[in-house]
Design a protein around this ligand. Sequence first.
Ligand code: URA
Ligand code: SF4
Length: 185
Amino acid sequence: MTKTLDRIKQEVLGCTKCPLSEHRKQPVFGVGSINADLMFIGEAPGAEEDRTGLPFIGRSGKLLDTLLFEELNMDRSMCYISNIVKCRPPENRDPKPEEIDSCRPYLKEQLGIIEPKVIITLGNFATRLLLETKTGITKLRGKIYEYSGSSLIPTFHPAAALRGRKGVLEAMRTDFRKAKEIIYG
Ligand code: URA
Ligand code: SF4
């Protein structure tokens, strides 16, 4: 029998498969609707996510909520939001390849259950993992890819937009509108 999301969540909450388990306050499994048409995949929890157990609730999350509302007229309860790595790396350092590798089965299981119409990967780490490439996000974005029956739209991480790099926010808006077209036709 296939595992339920709840069962996978219980596994993640007790997971010690990689060294990130030693530093976290708690794992951040993911939230949202099991019937979501749209799934966001970010990088790793930050300080506020680690403290609350909820993904994307800091500054990046606020921007994500804004774009979701302005471009898709959705709120986060209508989608599903998770990360490639479920535990916060110390000092928000980049997740290491072996940590990403240890954690990826959980994301694969989440994707297999939710089967969203559209996946938006946020930033380099999520995009490279799902597309199995070393190419950077600037090159990869602007196209729609296929991932196990879902349309995959790579875009920048909201943190990149918050750093104020020119064109990033507008590119994200364009990518979000593509998701809307696929979902609503
Ligand atoms: N950045 C991410 O990639 N994920 C979060 O959950 C929060 C910030
Ligand atoms: Fe387990 Fe993933 Fe946390 Fe590592 S990051 S301890 S693999 S849940």
